[in-house]
Write a protein of this length. Structure first.
Length: 484
């Protein structure tokens, strides 16, 4: 069913206002409402104050009088002047805002609010938001009473909406929309605004980016919330949500419209007058200077990026030179490497007390499986099981256990559960031997490392591994190494 709020708006805004507070020796008039009063009837010499009225933080001009009679006379004069101008006013309670004004505040007796839902009404798109929109309009209506503006609540299915034609005293509030023009892709997710959740369950809502070069921006907490073009106020934060989302709508709208009330310096026609020749020249000069500043900023950024690229290029060229030198040395001694590899293989085959099996492949490199690695320390025997040593074709080394015996999966006091080895002070020696294809020496050095243990130089304490008393161990001395 298409949404229609006409009768509901009448109920909301055409009813009698609340009981006005007693006018004693002072009263205040909201700054924006003051602009709506007949110019000849506007009071002078008011003190600028901040207060809270009808739920909004506003700026107002406070007027003090010597006694209640003088205050009542001035108030009656304003009421009569407004009635002549077809504006009915009343007084509402103002509350102190951080030590600000607390007293009677002038407001309109009734609000002037219209809805403008465009094509969204025809297709029933907004029917499910009926209750939510009605709640929003109550807050917008109070804003109308304090500003004297006729507020048009505009909500359409389309994201891009053109500014409405200028009308004196009218404020078009376009919810969740942006103006046509040079749009920079931008959608900032926010969870809270003014301490209010934008979504009941803590999820984020998006704030549309403004349209560049049009109107002016009003921001909150560094986030652009309004873009004002003529008498059109684009609410860039999409505040519409189904009633099931229990966000604090009224408090959020109060904060948002308070921000607008504090900044809105009267609506005006966006149509611009034709500039003079001097104004046009100054404009072109300013645009050129601004553009030059932007280009210089861009050039500085490019220079910094080029400097970083040059540094990386130098590093890569140095790395390439090293690899080229290694390649030349390797290719110059292919025959010698092959002969030494054969000797290394025979040497490894002779290490039957240390090695169970040997496998080699041109692409995969060399794989060796050791006998179980056993430690004897402080009367206990630690059997860590066999290990595999892999030397890849490009000289990379890896050592691990296929069945780690540590309760948390660590392989060895020098090898953690991720198979990360800590070669310590033999790191460079292992790398140099492996990349030089001195395979037998590489395996021998790693075997000595596997059988070494110094508590102060280890990743995982040996005592964390399973053990048994030496007296109960079978063949305790076979293959065992005594840890310091």
């Amino acid at each position: 069913m298409p949404i229609s709020l006409g009768s509901e708006l009448d109920k909301l805004f055409k009813t009698a206002p609340e009981t006005a507070p007693e006018i004693k020796t002072e009263f205040a008039i909201p700054r924006l409402l003051l602009q709506r009063l007949p110019e000849e009837q506007r009071p002078t010499s008011g003190a600028c104050v901040k207060t809270v009225a009808l739920g909004f933080k506003i700026e107002a001009l406070a007027y003090s009088f010597p006694d209640a009679q003088a205050a009542a006379k001035a108030w009656s004069s304003l009421v009569s002047a407004c009635a002549d101008g077809e504006m009915a006013v009343t007084a509402v309670h103002g509350a102190s805002d951080d030590g600000g004004y607390a007293g009677p505040v002038m407001a309109l007796a009734s609000a002037s609010v219209e809805e403008d839902f465009g094509d969204a009404v025809a297709d029933g798109h907004l029917a499910r938001f009926y209750d939510v929109i009605l709640a929003d309009l109550k807050t917008v209506g109070r804003f109308s009473r304090l500003t004297g503006l006729r507020v048009r609540y505009c909500l359409d299915e389309e994201l891009v909406q053109a500014p409405r034609r200028y009308q004196e005293g009218v404020l078009n509030l376009l919810v969740g929309a942006r103006a046509p023009g040079a749009f920079r892709i931008f959608s900032q997710p926010i969870k809270t605004l003014f301490g209010c959740k934008m979504w009941a369950d803590g999820e984020t809502r998006s704030v549309h980016g403004p349209t560049a070069w049009r109107g002016r921006l009003v921001a909150a907490e560094g986030v652009p919330i309004f873009q004002i073009i003529g008498n059109n106020v684009y609410s860039l934060a999409l505040l519409l949500a189904e009633s099931g989302n229990r966000l604090e709508r009224e408090r959020l709208w109060q904060h948002v419209l308070s921000l607008l009330a504090a900044d809105l310096a009267g609506t005006h026609d966006e149509r611009l007058s034709e500039p003079t020749s001097d104004e046009l020249r100054r404009c072109i000069r300013d645009m050129t200077q601004r553009r030059s500043q932007e280009v210089r900023k861009g050039l500085r950024k490019l220079d910094a990026e080029l400097e970083e690229l040059q540094r990386k290029l130098t590093e890569k060229l140095r790395e390439r030179a090293i690899q080229v030198a290694n390649l030349k040395a390797q290719e110059a001694d292919v025959a010698g490497l092959a002969e030494r590899a054969g000797a290394d293989f025979e040497r490894l085959r002779a290490m039957k007390a240390d090695i169970v099996s040997i496998h080699a492949h041109p692409e995969d490199g060399l794989m060796v499986q050791t006998v179980p690695i056993i430690f004897e320390r402080h009367g206990r025997r630690y059997d860590l099981g066999p290990f595999r040593i892999h030397v890849s074709a490009d000289g990379q080394v890896a050592v691990w256990s296929e069945a780690p015996r540590h309760p948390k999966g660590h392989h060895h006091p020098h090898i953690d559960k991720t198979s990360l080895e800590c070669f310590g002070n033999i790191t460079l020696a292992v790398a140099k031997l492996a990349t030089s294809y001195r395979l037998a020496e590489t395996i021998e050095l790693i075997l000595r490392w596997l059988r070494s243990y110094r508590p102060e130089l280890t990743l995982i304490p040996l005592e964390e591994f399973p053990s048994e008393p030496l007296a109960e161990a079978v063949s305790a001395s076979q293959g065992a190494c005594h840890a310091d």
